[in-house]
Design a protein around this ligand. Structure first.
Ligand code: SF4
Ligand code: SF4
Length: 336
């Protein structure tokens, strides 16, 4: 199954006010489940901004720095049942029947991550669970400074002045939403520029440096301060490793029932690379090296882009205050 193709963003644009954007979200919430960034005013655990269900437009946070967990959680949740079974039966529980959802107010970082995950989960074979979750979602993104060059979306709002945004239409679903909200939007001239898809990752020297730096003392140094907690993966919109586990209930001697769950995993976790009789990455320094190697060596080679969109969540929430950019700078200065 392939996800629906988006049109490139050469299409129509409209102007809309901030109040119009809020009203649009509220109107959509009458027909769909709309999720958007909300200020919870709760700073006890990580960021106070979180994606939550939106029923009133004034609850939507349009100017937020970062949410702790990215909106990729709607396509690749932390825990998801993928199969239910009895003693002699099994039924896949793919969410094909779930109703459409709207994800409103996605940042450009997260929109870029969703575009990249679409490719990772879509090629060479579509991951059906991700695909089903993704296909039912309408993406509405927002930015203050940059255009959504080469990215797929349904509608994108770009701030162009005090209380004024342009609304770019990126798909038929987006056009339908705009057409139904004509009272809020004013059509303007079509965009002249036609954006090409994003360029291929162009940091071959970085990949080469990391690939050749496995024995550098930096990994030992990081392992002395890193807790191996996996937070840097769990908050990252580009980390997508998972494990599956069967949760079984036994009834009597022969009857059983249960479900198979897919759960987030992190290559930083102690048992991530443990198989039945061997752990091929038992040392933390090797797991740390693998985190960098996957993001900046293997992903560029496999997909043409890195495993980082620059959102800084891993830096913000690392309890050991490890900044991966400092590691990259150190390596590039030493070997570049
Ligand atoms: S969040 Fe920080 S301490 Fe935890 S595994 Fe990642 S780098 Fe190590
Ligand atoms: S900055 Fe960190 S959390 Fe954000 S995409 Fe890059 S590696 Fe992931």
């Amino acid at each position: 199954m392939k996800l629906a193709k988006f049109r490139n963003q050469e299409g129509r644009i409209y102007t809309i006010s901030e109040a119009g954007i809020r009203e649009l979200a509220e109107n959509l919430s009458k027909k769909h489940d709309v999720y958007g960034p909300v200020n919870t005013h709760d700073e006890a655990v990580f960021s106070k901004f979180r994606f939550k269900i939106i029923e009133q437009g004034d609850k939507l946070e349009l100017h937020y720095p970062i949410t702790t967990i990215p909106p990729t959680k709607y396509f690749f949740p932390s825990r998801e049942t993928i199969l239910e079974f009895g003693s002699e039966t099994h039924t896949p529980t793919h969410p094909h029947t779930h109703k459409p959802i709207v994800i409103f107010g996605i940042s450009l970082f997260d929109l870029k991550a969703i575009n990249r995950l679409d490719k990772i989960f879509g090629e060479p074979i579509q991951d059906e669970i991700y695909g089903a979750n993704r296909k039912r979602a309408i993406l509405i993104s927002i930015s203050e400074d940059f255009d959504p060059k080469g990215l797929a979306f349904d509608i994108h709002f770009r701030k162009i002045g005090q209380n004024k945004y342009i609304a770019w239409v990126g798909s038929k679903s987006g056009q339908k939403i705009i057409d139904q909200s004509s009272i809020l939007c004013t059509k303007t001239k079509d965009i002249k520029k036609k954006y090409k898809p994003s360029k291929k990752y162009s940091r071959p020297e970085r990949a080469e440096i990391i690939a050749g730096a496995k024995d550098d003392p930096i990994w030992d140094k990081l392992a002395k301060i890193c807790f191996g907690c996996g937070i840097c993966s769990y908050v990252c919109p580009m980390c997508y490793c998972f494990d599956t586990e069967d949760v079984v209930k036994i009834e009597g001697i022969t009857k059983c029932q249960g479900c198979r769950e897919r759960r987030w995993d992190s290559c930083m976790n102690a048992d991530f690379a443990a198989i039945s009789s061997h752990d091929f990455r038992p040392e933390l320094k090797d797991r740390i090296y693998n985190w960098y190697h996957h993001k900046f060596v293997r992903m560029p080679a496999e997909h043409g882009f890195s495993g980082c969109v620059g959102c800084k969540r891993c830096i913000t929430y690392c309890p050991a205050k490890i900044n991966f950019r400092e590691t990259l700078e150190y390596l590039e200065k030493k070997y570049g």
